[in-house]
Design a protein around this ligand. Structure first.
Ligand code: PLP
Length: 377
């Protein structure tokens, strides 16, 4: 039996939610179901509002636009991330400046970020790598008194906490962006959401997500014929009401899904404690990890790629952790981020989802330990 790297957790609740949204006839985006989901998601995060979007990358793009960032601006981006983060800066016409990450939690190294600030720097994008919040207290101290926006790439960290606050609360950043892609803790296949500290920034993002005009639902209350006027170059970044119905069902069970992931993480921690060639993830102080991905750091002597191929051959899903952005040709390869570059070659993501059993975790650990011990460089 294969043990998958990631799996969604769906049951009758999602099917019932889809049935209801079909019956309502509003299946496109920014309708009544979207509105309800946006309210629930904002409440979950402790935010003053949220927008449902077609993915997190679109949200990052809109955040930069709504904050007025574009041509001639620099944005400091945590290097160890899916390149969606860096791409969004290019979409906005600005320049990503990649910042190295911490060797223990793999989140942005705030002391390195300070040295990258120039008169052109307009924002910092911190990434909650694999579902762990970055060092927001240090980031707040860094941006304070400087004209710098802070953006939280919370693609992987729905339901993670820092100081008891859930990601996406206004405490974290000017704007927070989430992903509901199929491998995330809660998912509708492809999807995303945004929260923002300033309601005007969120309103501008909403407008830009709907071609630059008010949504059809907002126009419905008008007493005259509401003909929209296109005065802004908006995009079509809406999430369908079908997807939002699935997300409502997912959000209703997020606490149980997270608890199960944390349970599996604790099992892995125990199971790998006997193997010196493997380091399990470190969690920074004052925070709760969402474990969107469970990433092992393999010893330098282990052939990570060969271990991964052999695990897959045995039916155990695995992958690299995530990417070192600065080495990707699209960004010009002009920077050095040695910690991120090292992790990129040594990290191994192993199965993590809410359908795993203790026996699965044991089987994964047994195979990984056997392979890292025998598959050396
Ligand atoms: C850190 C990070 N940011 C952004 C994204 C992009 O998310 P989406 O696929 O929803 O656009 C991902 C996707 O995996 C991610 O891991």
């Amino acid at each position: 039996m294969a043990i998958n790297l990631g799996e969604p957790s769906y049951d009758d609740a999602e099917f019932e939610a889809i049935r209801q949204v079909f019956a309502s006839n509003w299946v496109a985006g920014q309708g009544p179901t979207s509105r309800r989901f946006e309210e629930s998601f904002a409440q979950f995060c402790g935010a003053n509002g949220s927008i449902a979007l077609n993915n997190c990358t679109a949200g990052l793009h809109l955040a930069l636009l709504a904050l007025g960032i574009g041509e001639g601006d620099e944005v400091i981006v945590a290097d160890y991330t899916y390149p969606a983060t860096g791409h969004s800066v290019l979409y906005a016409g600005a320049k990503p400046i990649f910042c190295d990450v911490r060797p223990d939690t793999w989140t942005i190294d705030v002391s390195v970020a300070e040295g990258l600030i120039t008169p052109r720097t307009r924002a910092i994008i911190a990434v909650d790598v694999a579902g762990q919040p970055a060092d927001y207290e240090e980031l707040h101290a860094l941006v304070e008194g400087r004209d710098l926006a802070l953006i939280q790439d919370a693609a992987c960290s729905s339901g993670a906490t820092y100081g008891g606050r859930r990601t996406g609360s206004p405490w974290f950043a000017d704007v927070s962006l989430f992903s509901f892609h199929g491998r995330k803790g809660i998912t509708c296949g492809e999807g995303g959401a945004a929260t923002a500290r300033d309601p005007e920034v969120l309103a501008q993002m909403r407008k830009l997500s709907c071609f630059g005009v008010e949504s059809a639902l907002a126009r419905q209350g008008s007493t005259s014929l509401p003909i929209p006027v296109f005065d802004d170059l908006g995009y079509n970044y809406k999430l369908s009401d079908i997807a939002c119905a699935i997300m409502e069902a997912q959000l209703a069970k997020i606490d149980a899904l997270l608890a199960h992931r944390r349970h599996i993480a604790a099992r892995y921690e125990e199971l790998f404690s006997t193997c010196d060639l493997v380091r399990t993830p470190r969690v920074g102080p004052n925070r709760e990890h969402a474990y969107q991905t469970y990433t092992l750091t393999l010893d330098h002597s282990v052939n990570r790629d060969e271990v991964a191929m052999q695990l897959r051959a045995r039916g155990i899903g695995c992958n690299i952790g995530t990417f070192a952005s600065h080495v990707q040709p699209i960004y010009g390869k002009t920077q050095s981020c040695p910690v991120s570059a090292d992790q990129w070659t040594r990290h191994l993501a192993i199965p993590m989802h809410a359908n795993l059993t203790d026996a699965d975790a044991q089987e994964v650990a047994r195979n990984v330990i056997e392979l890292v011990t025998t598959t050396r460089k």
